[in-house]
Design a protein around this ligand. Structure first.
Ligand SMILES: C[S@@+](CC[C@H](N)C(=O)[O-])C[C@H]1O[C@@H](n2cnc3c(N)ncnc32)[C@H](O)[C@@H]1O
Length: 308
């Protein structure tokens, strides 16, 4: 599956969500020096270059993951202009993200990443690569004893290999099975029962937030720092007409104070509930990015997204 190139919408979403999230993290008083970043930059490294250009990180502080050997070479080539020396002093690992975070966990832990850009192909589902990589990333960060870090999570809300709406219906139902009780309690009756495409997308976004809160617990408390944006993503097999529906979620995770004098399920709920409340509230404010002629419009108008 080579030949990845980001859609114009994706690049806009990176400018609007990812870059400001990293900028805010970089500028917080606790940050000192270039950020330590784990990413899957893709052959053009566009987003990574934005971070390098703005001085938020340097090549020496970045690990690039790419499982496709040709794409890996292209990444080295793309980054060559950022370094006078050869080979380029950047850590490029030719493996799957999951392996890097599990079999290679010791090394990943030692890097003490402050930013993990989890942008791999796939849906968020129990046995899938995205969920397993998310769990592994939390484990690595727990082992690294990082107190605060940024998780940039990209998920495929609907595939373009079938009808986008049919795929969204399936994916929303699959996430509502585990997260329905947590999510529905935080929605209005209208939101919980709206079975239109946009209605399902709202619940899907809420489930993604719930999943991250639950997966990070009890080691980190996530905050969804900006409303997620959904957009038509990269071409599938280089077919511009077939673009998956993607969602971008910027989280900031911090280590909660160790709870004392709290025991049992009620204590667990008391710890989890505020994070569910805040992340789900933010998730359902989702926005959409739509290409219009030469520009990309960002709006709250989910009904404008072509979902059939
Ligand atoms: C979605 S693209 C990343 C794009 C990049 N973040 C950007 O914004 O332009 C994913 C890239 O990572 C590779 N990739 C996808 N899933 C992967 C995985 N599970 N492990 C390692 N590499 C993966 C693909 O070959 C592709 O080059």
């Amino acid at each position: 599956m080579s030949g990845f190139s980001p859609s114009p919408e994706k690049e806009r979403v990176q400018d609007l969500l990812w870059v400001p999230t990293i900028r805010d993290f970089f500028k917080r008083p606790l940050t000192s020096g270039p950020l330590r970043v784990l990413c899957l930059p893709g052959r053009r490294c566009r987003f990574l270059m934005k971070l390098l250009d703005r001085g938020y990180t340097t090549l020496e502080h970045v690990t690039c993951i790419e499982r496709d050997p040709i794409e890996e070479l292209l990444i080295r080539g793309a980054l060559a202009s950022y370094s006078p020396s050869s080979p380029v002093p950047v850590d490029v690992v030719a493996d799957s993200l999951y392996n890097v975070l599990t079999a290679g966990a010791e090394r990943a832990i030692s890097r003490q990443y402050q930013v993990i850009d989890l942008d791999i192909y796939g849906r968020l589902e129990p046995e899938g690569d995205v969920f397993r990589s998310l769990v592994a990333a939390v484990d690595v960060q727990t082992g690294a004893r990082v107190s605060e870090w940024v998780l940039l999570l990209t998920v495929e809300a609907a595939s373009a290999r079938q009808s986008v709406l049919e795929s969204l219906v399936k994916n929303e139902a699959a996430l509502m099975t585990p997260y329905g009780p947590v999510v529905n309690r935080r929605l209005t009756t209208a939101q919980a029962t709206d079975n239109s495409g946009p209605g399902r997308l709202v619940r899907y976004a809420a489930c993604v937030a719930a999943c991250v809160v639950e997966t990070a617990f009890p080691n980190f408390t996530p905050k969804l720092v900006r409303a997620p944006i959904f957009y038509r993503g990269s071409d599938v097999y280089d077919r511009p007409a077939a673009r998956a529906l993607m969602g971008a979620f910027p989280f900031w995770l911090s280590r909660p104070p160790r709870p004392i004098a709290a025991m049992g399920p009620a204590a667990r709920a008391a710890l989890l509930d505020p994070a569910f409340d805040s992340c789900i509230r933010k998730a359902i404010q989702l926005k959409v990015a739509l290409a219009e002629h030469d520009s990309i419009a960002i709006s709250r108008n989910v009904t404008a997204l072509p979902l059939d």
